[in-house]
Design a protein around this ligand. Sequence first.
Ligand code: R5P
Length: 322
Amino acid sequence: MYQEVGLVDELKVFTGNAHPVLAEAICGYLKIPLGQLDVFQFSNENIFVRILENVRQRDVFVVQTGSSPVNQNLMELLIMIDAMKRASAARITAVIPYYPYSRTDKKDQPRVPITARLVADLLTVAGANRVLTVDLHAGQIQGFFNIPVDELSAIYLLSDYFRKKALPNLVVVAADPGTAKRARNFADRLHAPLAIIEKRRIGNTQKTEAYNVIGDVRDMSALIVDDEIDTGSTIVEAVSALKKAGAIEVYACCTHPVFSDPAIQRLAASPLKEVVVTDTIPLSEKKRLDKITVLSLSPLLGEAIHRIHTGSSVGELFPNGG
Ligand code: R5P
């Protein structure tokens, strides 16, 4: 007679083509091999996935970040989840270190989409049972899902790095008022004061304008904090505003190094001393400058996966909040 089989106590991690190096590093932390899977495109650009091992009743984690090419990587993720569901995985967690379309998260003009919500619906319909992500552009995106979302934060990793550097006379600077809460937490962890750049984005273009610096930065080392660097416009404008306001040297850090053109040229030409980022997005050789330091989130992601798998607390990883 048929007997229902419970969850097999086996954790499996798979990845698509977005960031296999990060997936390998996560598996290194977990001391398990990366799951075997083929993901490729047919000549008509249709993506195809073939899982090369049994996932029936397994606890499956699919690692795929929302890096470039964004739409292709997103589609790969959806198709991998669909394949896992149809192969009878017991639970599927989408591990999305950089959530795609996270900046399109509200209807702030007439007749525009909320694509971050659409992505949440697509993931759920594909068959994701949970989501694990890092530093969402807006924490409220968690509420776009009716499945559990665990949001990790890179704040400990990044602030620990700067604590070890022990920069004298440090001030933490929010790249714009929207980042002020994140920067406040960052400043608290470094026992440093906070300043804020008043920034205004013009229309839907990539061009931004940095305005005045709110707070005292004169004769100080300034550390700009942001969730992501895309074209680099926000950061370089913030650097010139800080220099004008009397900062001696300027550092920057962010979780997600999107680094679309011409970010690398802008960062190279700016007087920034160092830009510290994480590996939620892969950086090609040509995007690596001496002044860019990459810290790996693979131990944190690996630990979170272990805790989700064993039913232990993920929140305990952030005792004082993210
Ligand atoms: C904006 O709200 C974000 O926090 C970042 O400041 C922004 O995405 C950076 O974009 P860019 O590097 O193109 O100025």
